[in-house]
Ligand binder design. Structure first.
Ligand code: PSU
Ligand code: MN
Length: 301
């Protein structure tokens, strides 16, 4: 394969030195958080990964290339940009050829990470099956990507705005292992407990890395989803969030929000309805995921 990849100076050096690398997505920067917290968070999370002994590779599409690792000015440009496309598997090739700036979702980041030979990726929450999907058919392409691209994705579970039982069913049917870190309950993004059981549980980064390697030895396609609970001090109880989620979902329906706009709309409404508390929690959980991903990357090395 001959993908148009542009590595940052830091990632080139890391590759030459054989250091562990953790991929980071960019949709969380452009569509998941408001400016300037999005840029501050992107920088802090990158530093968390360095402090934990790995090298961060934030991924985005710019200037006809897949950028693996963003230079500081590129990160700033992306965080401030308006009209950035949200890119999933369906859009990524077209975005590169048309020269547009695009932010990669979990699905697109997995594709780019794999092309760049990076096996671990940290984010906040993956996309999943939306509530009412039996009518809307709105199922995130993140799930199909986990079923086919061999990257271990560390998230805090699927976002609580989704239909979690249906999301778990689709993951199971697609053969995606969901490994909960350190507890028996599946976490739900802003909350530690979704009320659903953990399909699999690991208590160390080494166990997760070993399972990743074993999947390759068995010739199994696809990645792993690691569900890492938000730190206790930062969680928002599910009961506090439930009415805000319900209100945001009703508004999305009344306003006819659909397709790619659903997730960004819900996240920004919940941010407003919780007076910013959802963002504080979101930042804490992404940082927590970055640290675990760095530990897994070191074990894989
Ligand atoms: N997690 C966050 N904030 C986000 C997202 C995830 O904390 O903004 C993004 C990811 O890029 C994920 C996408 O892939 O939302 C899912 O969008 P959709 O539901 O349209 O597939
Ligand atoms: Mn969707």
């Amino acid at each position: 394969m001959n993908a148009p990849i542009k590595f940052s100076a830091e990632i080139l050096a890391a590759k030459n030195a054989g250091l562990p690398i953790v991929a980071l997505e960019s949709t969380i920067i452009t569509h998941g958080m408001p400016y300037p917290q999005n840029m501050e968070t992107a920088r802090i999370v990158e530093q968390d990964i360095r402090d934990a002994g790995a090298v961060p590779a934030t991924i985005a599409i710019m200037d006809h290339h897949i950028h693996v690792g963003l230079e500081p000015d590129e990160l700033e440009r992306l965080a401030q940009a308006r009209e950035v496309a949200k890119l999933s598997r369906a859009d990524i090739a077209f975005a590169i050829t048309s020269g547009k700036t695009g932010a990669t979702t979990v699905a697109a980041t997995m594709i780019c990470a794999h092309l760049a030979d990076i096996q671990v990726f940290a984010t906040g929450g993956i996309g999943g099956v939306h509530r009412g999907a039996e009518l809307s058919f709105d199922i995130s392409a993140d799930l199909a990507e986990l079923a086919q691209t061999p990257v271990t994705v560390v998230a805090a579970g699927a976002k609580a705005i989704l239909d979690l039982p249906k999301t778990m069913e689709v993951l199971e049917t697609s053969g995606v292992p969901v490994i909960v870190f350190g507890q028996d309950a599946l976490p739900a993004f802003w909350s530690r407990d979704s009320g659903l059981p953990a399909p699999l549980r690991a208590d160390t980064a080494a166990e997760i890395a070993a399972a990743h390697k074993m999947r390759a030895r068995l010739g199994l396609p696809g990645g792993q989803l690691v569900a890492n609970p938000i730190p206790l001090a930062s969680e928002i109880p599910a009961s506090t969030l439930a009415p805000h989620i319900a209100q945001a979902l009703t508004e999305a329906e009344t306003q006819g929000i659909s397709a790619k706009n659903v997730t960004p709309f819900l996240l920004s409404r919940i941010f407003e309805l919780t007076n910013g508390n959802s963002l504080t929690a979101n930042i804490a959980l992404v940082r927590n995921n970055a640290k675990l991903a760095a530990a897994i990357a070191q074990e894989l090395n």
